[in-house]
Design a protein around this ligand. Structure first.
Ligand SMILES: NC(=O)c1ccc[n+]([C@@H]2O[C@H](COP(=O)([O-])OP(=O)(O)OC[C@H]3O[C@@H](n4cnc5c(N)ncnc54)[C@H](O)[C@@H]3O)[C@@H](O)[C@H]2O)c1
Length: 375
């Protein structure tokens, strides 16, 4: 089998290359984006040893058609991934994520041997705030209003003023992205569905929750909340938690994600499905910070600031039933085990100064996208 991995030099891509069966021929196509590859500006030697590596932007890959010809399965990971950044660098996200996907598909149409399957690394960001319930009905909130957030009303409320309960995210729910990043991930999905339907190519759209683990670039201040927290805690720096610290996320170990993608690539039967991938466990920011600190043998020094990012969602957790219907029992790595593996890797690296993170937050503040609740 020959597979093409776009964005294959990135965090999840590196794991995928490692997990692919040795007999597979792999082509990695990656622009080696400077924001992501700050400490790794070239393809790693182990990546070069295993895969044919091509440095190119997905928007401009015509010259590489010969290397891509004969691909059986495409794993499309190449994307700009900073949710906050997407709110002010709109055109960069639209170009690289949406136009990049369109260009990739145009190239697929020119191949003599069409791939039999395209797998997209999509995101829970396509749901926006997702679905909520009052125990009787399902609601799709419009997103949290600025005036509520400014008053510190962080949760989602029904018309009668009662707090609603978030539901685990699944593909039966409506998609209502609240960020430009989320919008572009949804466009990627729709472009791929539209193209694959017309070409009779099988599709698997995988909507990942927050992926964490070893090999995530530490120098990128726009993504990777586990890395950001670990960096601060290990250096004894005070941490800021947005809102009231009770925002929840589903942290899924990167090895589990890579295993799921490889299963999708191998599956002999058509998949034609949208599948949520997460740990299935909602964890608050306070819990994740305290767990990291505990594993590092430190005390977490955090401040709940009441600041909030426009476009952020309050809660996210995956419903794994679609995965289990296709592939059987999902047994994710526990948060403790996954973080222990992450910290072992992290501690072998030089800690990074917090200046890049502070600069990215200052930039959001200047753009009016990082606000503080009224006193
Ligand atoms: N990490 C997560 O928590 C998470 C969650 C949901 C979805 N995803 C999706 O998974 C995919 C991989 O994410 P990741 O965490 O490995 O990100 P990453 O930033 O580590 O890797 C992305 C890779 O794509 C490359 N790239 C970016 N734009 C490109 C372009 N226009 N052409 C070619 N290459 C380009 C980058 O150089 C990088 O190597 C992305 O599509 C992302 O949207 C990730």
């Amino acid at each position: 089998m020959k597979i093409l991995i776009t964005g294959g030099a990135g965090f999840i891509g590196k794991w995928l290359v490692e997990k692919c069966p040795i007999e597979w021929e792999i082509v990695v196509l990656d622009s080696l984006d400077g924001q992501v590859h700050q400490t790794s500006p070239d393809f790693a030697p182990e990546l070069r040893a295993r895969a044919k590596c091509i440095q190119a932007d997905v928007q401009n890959i015509e010259d590489h058609i010969a290397a891509i010809e004969g691909t059986d399965v495409v794993l499309h990971l190449a994307a700009q991934t900073g949710t906050g950044q997407s709110m002010y660098e709109l055109s960069k996200y639209v170009q690289q994520n949406a136009n990049g996907t369109a260009k990739l598909l145009e190239l697929m149409a020119k191949l003599q041997h069409k791939p039999r399957r395209i797998i997209l690394a999509s995101s829970r960001a396509v749901y926006g705030d997702g679905a909520y319930t009052d125990g009787q009905q399902i609601y799709y909130p419009k997103g949290r209003s600025l005036s509520n957030l400014q008053q510190g009303m962080w949760d989602i409320y029904g018309e009668d003023g009662h707090k609603l309960t978030p539901l685990p995210m699944n593909a039966h729910h409506l998609t209502k992205p609240t960020s430009v990043y989320g919008l572009t991930k949804l466009w990627q999905e729709q472009l791929i569905h539209n193209f694959c339907d017309s070409q009779n190519i099988d599709v698997a759209v995988l909507r990942f929750q927050n992926v964490y683990g070893p090999k995530q670039e530490l120098g990128n201040p726009y993504t990777g909340i586990v890395g950001i927290f670990t960096n601060a805690i290990s250096q004894g720096n005070a941490l800021e938690l947005f809102e009231d610290g009770l925002v929840t996320r589903d942290f899924v170990f990167v090895g589990d994600v890579a295993d799921a993608v490889v299963k999708c690539a191998i599956a002999p039967q058509p998949i034609n499905a949208t599948i949520d991938i997460g740990s299935g466990q909602a964890v608050t920011l306070i819990e994740i910070v305290e767990t990291i600190a505990h594993l590092l043998g430190k005390t977490a020094d955090f401040r709940i600031s009441g600041r909030f990012r426009v476009g952020d969602i309050r809660h996210a957790v995956a419903d794994l039933s679609a995965y289990e219907a296709s592939f059987g029992n999902w047994q994710p790595t526990s948060l403790q085990d996954g973080l222990a593996q992450y910290l072992e890797w992290y501690l072998e690296r030089a800690p990074l100064p917090s200046s890049a993170l502070q600069a990215s937050l200052a930039e959001m503040e200047r753009k009016g996208l990082l606000l503080t609740k009224h006193a």
